[in-house]
Ligand binder design. Sequence first.
Ligand SMILES: C[S@@+](CC[C@H](N)C(=O)[O-])C[C@H]1O[C@@H](n2cnc3c(N)ncnc32)[C@H](O)[C@@H]1O
Length: 245
Amino acid sequence: MKIVDLKSRVERVILSNIAKGKFSLADRITRAFARKVYNEVIANLPDDEILDLIDSITGGLGYRGKELDPVRMSYCGSLIAWPEAIPPGGKVLEIGTGIGRTCYVATGWAKPSLYITIDNSPEILAIALYRNPISVYQKALSKEIVKICLCDAVKAVKLMVGTIKFDHIIHDGGPNPLRNPRLFSKEFLSNLYDLLRKGGSLSLFAGRHRGCQDRLYFMLKSLGFKVNTVSFPDAPVLIFHARRI
Ligand SMILES: C[S@@+](CC[C@H](N)C(=O)[O-])C[C@H]1O[C@@H](n2cnc3c(N)ncnc32)[C@H](O)[C@@H]1O
């Protein structure tokens, strides 16, 4: 069976496990499928194609051109992950696993007890887990507390509401919210609000488009979040650090 056909079957099984709170099982299925994608699609690609693939799926991770810059990547990842908001033993949900940059920061700086991370790209998960250009990001994704779920975050989050609460949510769904409106809709952000315990925190990557940043800021305020704005030091990119009050 082709990988794309298998993907939709695998995603259905993962979503049904998420609905039952079986995150460890969803994680095991995700890793097994990512291994298959690695063997069949990723393993034989040259390094420059791997970088092109990472760029096209994630939209870039804070490095410039073809030169991977782990310092800049991890600095940007830190602003996005906002790890100092995670209480010891807290539960974290992440939208957008990518290659594990934000997971590395969040699980290295803070000490959460559970880190559920969702991504709908089997190719990026195959790279992240089995051919990651940054070895410490790969290592972070193998921690016992990290549960990776290959599925659409919009569907997963809907199923989780009413079954689990988080202390912190990292929403890193891509550099241009205009290209991925489902992940930045009021309905989706409202579901994230419902998934947070009172006092919990949300970090939302809002990209560089001024109109889009304004729209997201006012959406968060209207949902009842208290919002602080953080920016990259050398680019007009904003991240909103929001708290459920
Ligand atoms: C900017 S990247 C995440 C980077 C990651 N946090 C890191 O630091 O390495 C955005 C990710 O969101 C994922 N994504 C986009 N739409 C999605 C959706 N509807 N459900 C789940 N993941 C999605 C993409 O596959 C991509 O890997």
